[in-house]
Design a protein around this ligand. Structure first.
Ligand code: HEC
Ligand code: HEC
Length: 493
């Protein structure tokens, strides 16, 4: 805890090192036009900016890219002969249903006050007909529910019931910046209703209800797919070296790696909000999110549910795998070959000022500007290598490390009490900020943070607590012009 004692020293430090406006430490500031992702950088700023191949994608790779793109985006259905292309229960009907245009689909339950135009609570039935979120559930003691598994599937194919519906209530509080400008923060609280009913001889029986006092639940909105290939081509040794170096007691910052063991190999976790995965979770996404069985996850996700027999009665067979490893590798190839949009408006004086403010507020100590990919690039899940991703200087604006973000704000803060690998409830992976400025154009919303509680950049920054507290306060104490400049810089990423 003594890391916070140093907070009072910051204004002084700030004055002494920033005579010329900026304390650069030893960082390399990317110059305006330095390419965000080396040869994978593309110059595009439309609503499809996240969803185009890098320039090096050609020949058979191009064919596979577009095949993977379709497998990723096409709505899966239950109507193939094997009865299992989707569901019986599912959380999304394609990868793209949650990651629309390789971005972050706006959650269907996201009306700002949790009620629809008629004042009724909004369940998982918004614009896209489903929540577009992942709702992780466990018992209070961390054990999974036998009937439900790890995620609530709030959708189901015809004749089968969704496992439950998600409902959100918002809590609001008003604040003011020291310069008098008001701002507001809010956070969502989730309840699950309409738990599915057991089937007895084709007749619905009791609801398999989980009482609120027994239920632990934590919710994630999807992540953008900017720079997935570069993330997979990172050199774990560079990330570990960063963890060893990431210790700035004067700002209360100390990042650490998540380590995950999969198939007997222990490596640095990189993907997911808690760096809880080693790869791009293609097999898990097909299985857990869509109910599409595959060689890695051959069991139906609702295995324990009595309503499975209902599916059998309808002639569905569950004993064939729904998606092949070759197909899944094309999806992996698609994601890793996506181009990373170049920065925009880099010569705008406000953006230049904002970049200085980004360093001044120490954002770069976690949102690390420059990293490198390893020689040889990345290897896809079925063994195909993408050498083009190798040996590149990249600007992801993340250290891919875990940070404690959790001091209390509105009595909650960024702590979900959910452990993932080594990551504790209050620890989160620094979200890469490349492409963040295009989220509004791509997905028509500006909800940020793991559960989408921030409605804009200002709120996202003002939720930073724990190791992010000092940085947040540096932003908070800026004048309005500088805060706006910093946000203009984020919009240029
Ligand atoms: C129901 C919505 C939903 C569906 C369907 C879905 N995802 Fe996701 N995806 C998410 C959410 C939410 C996260 C964040 C999870 C977390 O951090 O716990 C995520 C995270 C990811 C990540 C990690 C990104 C990063 O920056 O670390 C990848 C990669 C990914 N999904 C790929 C896929 C693929 C491939 C599919 C289809 C096979 C898929 N997703 C289907 C919601 C979804
Ligand atoms: C101590 C490390 C740390 C510092 C310092 C830090 N951040 Fe973050 N930032 C994070 C983490 C971790 C998250 C993810 C939190 C979550 O999703 O709950 C995050 C999330 C964000 C997001 C939301 C991204 C998204 O797509 O959801 C933005 C925007 C952001 N930070 C901007 C900033 C800015 C601007 C600063 C400087 C004022 C800053 N951060 C300082 C660690 C840090």
């Amino acid at each position: 805890m003594n890391r916070f004692i140093t907070l009072t020293a910051i204004p002084l430090l700030f004055l002494s090192c920033t005579k010329e406006g900026i304390d650069m430490d030893d960082v390399v500031v990317p110059k305006g036009y330095s390419l965000s992702a080396g040869t994978s950088t593309i110059f595009m700023n439309s609503s499809k900016a996240y969803d185009n191949p890098a320039d090096w994608v050609s020949g058979s790779y191009e064919t596979r890219f577009y095949r993977g793109d379709r497998l990723y985006d096409d709505a899966r259905t239950s109507s193939n002969n094997y009865g299992g292309g989707l569901g019986p229960v599912y959380a999304g009907y394609s990868c793209g249903s949650c990651h629309r245009s390789a971005g972050r689909t706006k959650p269907g339950v996201w009306t700002e006050n949790g009620v629809d135009e008629n004042g009724n609570p909004t369940y998982g039935s918004g614009q896209y007909g489903f929540s577009a979120m992942l709702i992780y559930i466990t018992r209070k003691n961390g054990v999974f529910f036998q009937d439900y598994g790890r995620v609530v599937h709030d959708q189901a194919i015809y004749g089968v019931e969704p496992e439950g519906k998600v409902k959100v209530d918002w809590h609001y509080q008003s604040f003011t910046f020291p310069d008098g400008e008001p701002y507001e923060l809010c956070y969502p609280q989730f309840t699950i209703t309409d738990w599915y009913k057991k089937m007895w001889d084709g007749v619905k029986g009791d609801s398999v209800e989980i009482k609120p006092e027994e239920l632990f639940c934590t919710v994630r909105i999807p992540l953008r797919h900017v720079g997935m290939g570069q993330m997979m081509a990172l050199d774990p040794a560079e990330i570990e070296a960063l963890a060893a170096k990431s210790n700035y007691p004067e700002y209360g910052i100390s990042g650490r790696c998540n380590y995950i063991t999969e198939r007997g190999v222990r490596s640095v976790g990189l993907s997911g909000n808690k760096a809880q995965h080693l790869d791009l979770t293609v097999e898990l996404g097909f299985s857990s999110d869509m109910g599409a069985t595959n060689s890695r996850y051959p069991e139906e996700i609702c295995e324990g549910q009595l309503q499975m027999s209902q599916g059998s009665m309808m002639g569905l067979s569950y004993d064939q795998l729904d998606v092949s490893t070759e197909d899944m590798e094309d999806v992996d190839l698609y994601m890793q070959s996506l181009g990373v949009p170049a920065r925009r408006n880099v010569n705008d004086p406000t953006v230049i000022r904002g970049e200085q403010m980004f360093y001044q507020a120490k954002c770069h100590l976690c949102h690390v500007t420059t990293l490198h990919t390893k020689v040889g690039g990345s290897v896809l899940l079925n063994g195909t290598r993408l050498p083009w991703l190798g040996n590149q200087t990249i600007h992801p604006y993340s250290d891919f490390l875990l940070h404690d973000m959790g001091s209390e704000i509105m009595g909650v803060g960024l702590n979900d009490n959910f452990v993932s690998g080594l990551a504790r409830g209050n620890e989160w992976r620094t979200t890469p900020l490349w492409g963040v400025g295009l989220q509004e154009k791509v997905n028509a919303h500006t909800y940020f943070l793991h559960d989408g509680r921030a409605r804009n950049f200002t709120e996202a920054i003002m939720w930073h607590g724990g190791e992010g507290e000092a940085s947040k306060n540096l932003f908070k104490n800026m004048n309005k012009t500088d805060r706006n400049a910093l946000i203009a810089f984020l919009q240029s990423l």
